[in-house]
Design a binder for this molecule. Structure first.
Ligand code: CP
Length: 300
């Protein structure tokens, strides 16, 4: 692994190795050392979890971070190009972790600089580090990744986390239920990818009545910021909400995951049920991102 841009680039073996390293880091069996290493966190889009968990991960390993949160106070405002900004930041850092609203920008960045680039979300395309922490959360709660029944619910069109997760867990033989308003269905290219691998999926509009046979229910926010027409957002907003009452017949092992932030798609009364796992999931992001940095900077 030289960069981490898309889940499509990772083999099953690389994913399993990363999971193993994350587990060893969590258990204290590997203590990566990043003294004098600097991670540049370039966030052209807002973030709470991805930015702060990467920052935490680097600091837990005794490394340091330089952070750009928006371009407001940078020379991009004076007209500096993306390529020149990247080339400059690469002079100061050992790894670049980048989020951008532009699809393909992380791949482009990796072609410009010599240091490893991590895609921390590129538009509606990919969010591979989220998918890896999701897989880590699934292993921790289900004891395996193979042959699980996974429901992906919400904004499957613009939600980059579900694109990355579907491609990632498909490598382990999952069966999917895609639950979304018709306007926000899973893109055809992802469905074609799954069909080529003989992965089964069904599409539903309603969440209620379609979650009782699931091992994982992964709920996502409707991505308001990606709608070209605000009227389209108004038509689908609040169109599905997971209520506690909908969990009365689910499997004992079900876990509800969510990449967060949540708007209104999971009622807060779900939070204190045995099924809710979204806040521990966010914590798992630190171990997973420590493992990602460790491996990309040459660790075993
Ligand atoms: N899950 C996730 O990407 O959250 P942030 O947008 O807060 O980083």
């Amino acid at each position: 692994m030289k960069n981490l841009i898309s889940m499509r680039d990772l083999s099953k073996q690389e994913i399993l190795h990363l999971m193993e390293v994350a587990a060893k880091i969590e258990a204290g069996d590997i203590v990566p050392e990043m003294k004098r290493k600097v991670a540049a966190l370039l966030f052209f889009e807002p973030s709470t979890r991805t930015m702060f968990s990467f920052d935490t991960a680097m600091k837990r390993m005794n490394g340091q971070t330089i952070i750009m949160s928006g371009t407001q106070n940078t020379s991009a405002k004076k007209g500096e190009s993306f390529a020149d900004t990247l080339q400059t930041i690469a002079q100061y850092s050992d790894i670049i972790i980048m989020r951008s609203p532009v699809e393909g920008s992380a791949r482009l960045a990796s072609e410009i600089v010599d240091v490893p680039v991590v895609n921390a979300g590129d538009g509606a395309n990919q969010h591979p580090t989220q998918a890896l922490l999701d897989l880590y959360s699934i292993i921790k709660t289900q004891g395996k990744l193979e042959n699980l029944k996974i429901g992906l619910a919400g904004d499957l069109r613009f939600g980059r986390t579900v694109h990355s997760l579907a491609q990632a867990i498909a490598k382990f033989g999952a069966e999917f239920k895609f639950i979304s308003p018709k306007f926000l269905q899973m893109p055809q290219y992802i469905k074609d990818d799954l069909s080529e691998q003989n992965i089964k999926f069904q599409e539903f509009v309603e969440m209620d009545g379609n979650i009782d046979d699931l091992d994982i229910l992964y709920v996502t926010r409707i991505q308001k910021e990606r709608f070209a027409d605000p009227e389209d957002y108004e038509k689908v907003k609040g169109s599905y909400i997971l209520e506690k009452s909908m969990l009365s017949n689910v499997k004992d092992n079900l876990k509800v995951l969510h990449p967060l932030p949540r708007v209104d798609e999971i009622s807060t009364d779900v939070d204190d049920t045995e099924y809710a796992y979204y806040f521990p999931q966010a914590k798992n992001g630190v171990y997973t991102r420590e493992a990602i940095i460790h491996i990309l900077l040459g660790g075993e």
